[in-house]
Design a protein around this ligand. Structure first.
Ligand code: ADP
Ligand code: MG
Length: 708
């Protein structure tokens, strides 16, 4: 038998078991050994039968004095009833239901161990459905930390324990992914010890050490992978765009505000990247409202002025249109041609052709144009700046000389999607087919530091951790149900002063998003508020079932103050700027994560007025109070990471990393060490030729894990 032996070839594995194992993707001995417990039952306390242990989980050892099966006709059940006697001659009854076959193994006179909750039944100690085994056996199912495997049909943990215990021997000669030096340096178990302790831990301490070893290994592979991607990317060629200090200074001077230090620093980092002949791959991470747009604009200005094209992409049409408006405004003094290209919009802001009766009557001027014509103008290079959804680079749009792609993802894209976008970007070329564009990604989800090191190792980071000075912090209050009426009164007075209000409510079941149930809930809530609470005001409604055009219309109406209040489900992207909205209400706030609540809150506080956020909550929760105390998205993200784990931040779930790694993502030291060691090893052995087990593991890892 070896690690590669198919499980179905083992004598104990019947075809039925083989099938169940295959369902879990467990085909070889190696697979089964790496099928790790989800949790452990602690049956380590072996005690005498005493009343003080009632209602506790314990292990009792005793001699069987009676054993029989009882059939109950009424309930159509077989009860197996066994009496044992411990060293002090105290009796205990154990019962099992519908497992009559176990009676054959329960031989009167033999000694057994039973683990479970001790209770009292008619003045006799008892246990129902205890785990048990003969005392002569090693403690595997009783009397120790007993592994419980992820539940699956047809495979019991007891069966798995038995198999794994036998197969573990095969791991003794397993090549170790982590070298002996590395293990020694960080006091990590070798792989055989780690697996042994994970399946059959001798103590909590040893179990923890084993878990740490596995987490380190996974994080080490993550780091190797991201650093390789980074190297690959750096091996490509990009246009080097010279930093024109005068140009940038005159642009910055004309802005109606001064840049924050964080904006200045980020801008500089980006301009420096653009000068290099290797493509930039940078993530600009800053809270909602931290001013990412103007940073992107400086980069775009530099590239367009050097004679190249720039693409800017947003996750939705509404946001793309908002960017189009912002950029037209920011570049109104420049002779740039800016286009908006999405399914619904084909707009062109072409300086030479604009006249007074242009298509759009809002704050900026643009012409509607046919798609074909627009595509021609993009291809010829007539258009300098192209704004759209990310379909822009996925579809068949040809550019003349695209040198910079900016992706404003808000918080929409998962890790895997982002990797795909990076690929798409790499496939765009400058027309001369020699270089690929620089890539700037912007995200509005403040990402905790440990997570960005762990997952964005292949990206350079610029962080906007400072809000523009003119911002008044949003006043946030957690509101108990009996106080709602006070808030409603406040809303009424604010609306009378001319302000507008968002009301967000969660879906009962998030999986029902954009289904009829959502529409119904949204409509009901809208009706209740319109009729019962705010009959004197006009209320708009947004939900996921609306078509993009309809959503856009509702948002536009809200922006034009045709509604006083916008009621919206949480699934709707309300990333549009409504400077006049000063109150955000979130119903059933306890259902959301802190980071998500903070994102909603960011929709207000964009204008000159004092803004408020009210978190309606059934339960008084300390967790929600974090939002009362701070407006700093990075602080909130750290708190959220500790409370709810990393899953919520960017669909890490899709990355396919095992639970052990996920649990260790708050462990800064572990991540740092893994990063250092990965870079050290790649420096001397980039192909991992001297580390075959590691090269092997990395190959397998990269096949099923997607990273930046
Ligand atoms: P986000 O990071 O959410 O994309 P925006 O770029 O939309 O933020 O900026 C939000 C608002 O703040 C915009 O109206 C913008 O003009 C303004 N703004 C940006 N930077 C500054 C600054 N340094 N001082 C004052 N206002 C600023
Ligand atoms: Mg933005």
């Amino acid at each position: 038998m070896s690690l590669n032996t198919p499980l179905k070839n083992l004598p104990r594995v019947t075809p039925k078991y083989a099938q169940a194992l295959a369902k879990l993707g467990l085909l070889t001995v190696r697979d089964l050994l790496f099928h790790l417990p989800a949790r452990y039952d602690d049956f380590r306390r072996t005690v005498a039968l005493l009343e003080e242990y009632l209602e506790q989980t314990v292990t009792i050892e005793g001699r069987i004095i009676k054993a029989k099966n009882i059939r109950t006709w009424k309930k159509r059940m077989t009860i197996t009833e066994v009496f044992i006697m411990d060293d002090n001659e105290i009796e205990m009854k154990a019962v099992w239901f519908n497992q009559s076959y176990i009676l054959d193994s329960l031989i009167v006179g033999s000694t057994i161990r039973l683990s479970g909750k001790l209770s009292m039944d008619d003045d006799v100690f008892s246990m129902s459905n205890p785990a048990w085994e003969r005392s002569a056996r090693d403690a595997t199912n009783t009397g120790c930390l007993v592994p419980i495997y992820p539940e699956t049909k047809g495979l019991t943990s007891k069966w798995l324990r038995w198999q794994i215990k036998i197969l573990l021997e095969a791991a003794r000669e397993m090549p170790d992914v982590l070298s002996a030096e590395l293990r020694e340096k960080y006091h990590l178990y070798d792989i055989f010890t780690a697996l042994t302790e994970l399946h059959f831990p001798e103590s909590r301490e040893k179990l923890l050490r084993a878990q740490k070893r596995m987490a380190f290994q996974e994080m080490f592979l993550v780091q190797l992978q991201t650093q390789k991607i980074k190297k690959d990317w750096a091996g490509k060629k990009s246009l080097s765009i010279v930093f024109d200090e005068k140009l940038i200074q005159s642009f910055v001077k004309k802005l109606p505000f001064t840049l924050t230090d964080a904006q200045r620093k980020s801008t500089f980092e980006i301009l420096k990247d653009l000068e290099k002949p290797q493509p930039m791959n940078r993530l600009l991470n800053g809270d909602v409202g931290s001013g990412k747009t103007v940073v992107a604009a400086v980069a775009a200005l530099q590239v367009v002025s050097a004679g190249h094209q720039v693409a800017i992409m947003a996750p939705t049409e509404v946001l793309a249109k908002q960017h189009f408006e912002s950029f037209c405004e920011l570049f109104k003094d420049y002779d740039f041609n800016i286009a908006l290209l999405t399914n619904s919009y084909k707009l062109l802001n072409k300086k030479s052709e604009l006249n007074s009766d242009s298509e759009l009557s809002s704050d900026f001027l643009a012409l509607a144009i046919k798609r074909d014509e627009l595509l021609d103008e993009i291809k010829s290079g007539e258009i300098n700046l192209i704004i759209g959804t990310h379909a822009l680079i996925q579809k068949d749009v040809a550019f003349k000389n695209m040198a910079l792609v900016i992706i404003d993802e808000q918080h929409r894209f998962g890790v895997a999607q982002r990797a795909a976008l990076q690929q798409e970007t790499a496939s765009i070329n400058d027309g001369a087919k020699k270089t690929i564009p620089h890539l700037l990604t912007m995200t509005a989800t403040p990402i905790p530091r440990t997570l960005s090191i762990a997952f964005f190792g292949s990206l350079d980071l610029s962080i906007l951790d400072e809000m523009p000075k003119n911002r008044k912090p949003i006043i946030t209050t957690v509101v108990a149900p009996e106080e709602n009426h006070k808030i409603y009164a406040l809303i009424k007075s604010e609306i009378k002063k001319g302000r507008q209000v968002f009301i967000i409510f969660p879906l009962i079941d998030e999986s029902l998003s954009a289904t009829m149930a959502e529409v119904k809930a949204a409509t009901t809530e809208h009706q209740r508020l319109s009729e019962k609470v705010f009959p004197e005001f006009k209320l708009g409604l947004l939900h996921g079932k609306l078509k993009p055009k309809e959503k856009e219309e509702v948002m536009q109406k809200f922006k034009n103050r045709e509604f006083d209040i916008l009621v919206s489900t949480s699934v709707v992207e309300v990333g549009v700027d409504i400077p006049n909205a000063s109150i955000m209400i979130i119903e059933n706030a306890e259902r959301f994560g802190l980071s998500q609540l903070h994102q909603f809150r960011g929709r207000v506080g964009r204008g000159a007025h004092q803004s408020y956020c009210f978190l309606f909550s059934q339960k008084k929760s300390e967790r929600l109070r974090t939002l009362e105390k701070t407006n700093d998205g990075f602080v909130i993200a750290e708190a959220d990471l500790k409370l709810r784990g990393p899953g919520q931040f960017f669909g890490v779930v899709q990355s396919g990393l095992p639970d052990i790694t996920m649990e260790n993502l708050t462990n800064v030291k572990l991540i740092k060490f893994a990063q250092e060691e990965a870079s050290a090893i790649l420096k001397v052995d980039p192909q991992l030729k001297k580390h075959p087990p590691l090269a092997d593991a990395l190959q397998k890892f990269s096949e099923h894990i997607h990273l930046e």
